[in-house]
Design a protein around this ligand. Sequence first.
Ligand code: UDX
Length: 445
Amino acid sequence: MSSNGQPRVTSELEPIGVIGAGWVGLVTAVCFAELGHEVHCRDIVREKVDALARGEVPIHEPQLPDLLERNRERLHVTADLAPVLERAELLFCCVDTPPTYSGDADLSRVEQVVDEIGESGDHALVMKSTVPVGTGRAIARRRESLGYVANPEFLKEGTAVADFMHPDRLVVGAGDEAASFADRVAALYEPLGAPIVRTDVESAEMIKLASNAFLATKISFINEIANVSEELGADVAEVARGMGLDERIGPQFLRAGIGYGGSCFPKDVSSLKQLAGNSGYHFQLLTAVIEVNELQKRRTIGKLKKHLGSLVGHDVALLGVAFKPHTDDVREATSLVLAARLMGEGANVRVFDPVAGERAAELLPGAEVCRSAIEALDGAAGAVLVTEWPEFRELDWAGEVRERMATPLVVDGRNFLDREALADAGFAYEGVGRRRAAVRTPSPA
Ligand code: UDX
């Protein structure tokens, strides 16, 4: 690293190929360009290629537009693979591996990339996409001359650029036959100054799945502690603080809430469970992690019903649709399950999200998508805070919101709002695993 903390940029840097300009691919491409590399990026969707060529970022990810603008001359985006193969030897595979109905990962897009590249002694496929353990070995068997390096990503949506530039660790896995390609991949990351774990392909693949499964386990664990705390009078925020200070446990991923979502955790946990099952091992713990997460989403309905009785005919406002703040990603978002369940209970669902509203309209045809939080809250018998967007904390809860809502009832699915201020303003407040003392009985507005 240079003295100002920024990665050092040197000349004669290895050109990089990136296949797939989705969220992982785009962040990878733009960040390697920022590190000074010429980056040749291919995506099969023509509109995406055209948008990127105009300097437009098709996803919502902080810092990415600025970084793209700054590095446009080093980032070459194309719909054809040929120019990428011609100009780069390290090909970062960043295509989707969505879950199938069985919970296994769908590898068809990865297979397509492997087929398109064909046999080549000059190139290495560097796998960033999350794939089942054993994928690398199978590809290497099929394409003997093509190098294969496993290099899983650990980026979080919303902080992906910072995560790329300041990683906790990097994982580079390869067999002996691809060791020199692995050296070159490891060298790319040296300017970032993070530990590089060099290992075999299978272990690298497992590190990715096991890391996400462990974090999901931590979330389901604290969610169950929250549920028990509700019964026993403890406060999960205090419990998490007290637990997290133990260095062996650590404070991260101990925020209780209405369950994890997103493009990675649900998919990777079921992929690992399925992978174990296919090999004859029943992964009991992960089965529970998944079930706890599903039940957690539904507990919110019970909290509304506790105050309102039947939900039939009531307007319920969902604040937030994205699976977490600072992204427009709604994949496996808790909001989708919640909205569907609420509609099933006969409620009129009104949703608002600062950036994911359009996606909500596509995915929730029965819900009313509003243009502001206040519009969603107007006349609502209850509000559910689903995504912790900072602007929801800034709402005038004691004034305008209190006046507009039919019943002052808030279910805070992320323990995000100021519960004392809400209680003082006459709201019934239901958090997740918070001490009951702050809750008051609602009175009609
Ligand atoms: C995750 C991993 O963190 C990342 O390393 C991997 O590469 C991709 O998957 P991401 O899906 O972007 O990243 O989101 P993350 O911030 O990890 O949150 C995942 C979900 O867990 C969200 O729904 C979030 O609301 C929930 N969560 C997270 C909790 O409920 N409690 C917590 O304490 C932390």
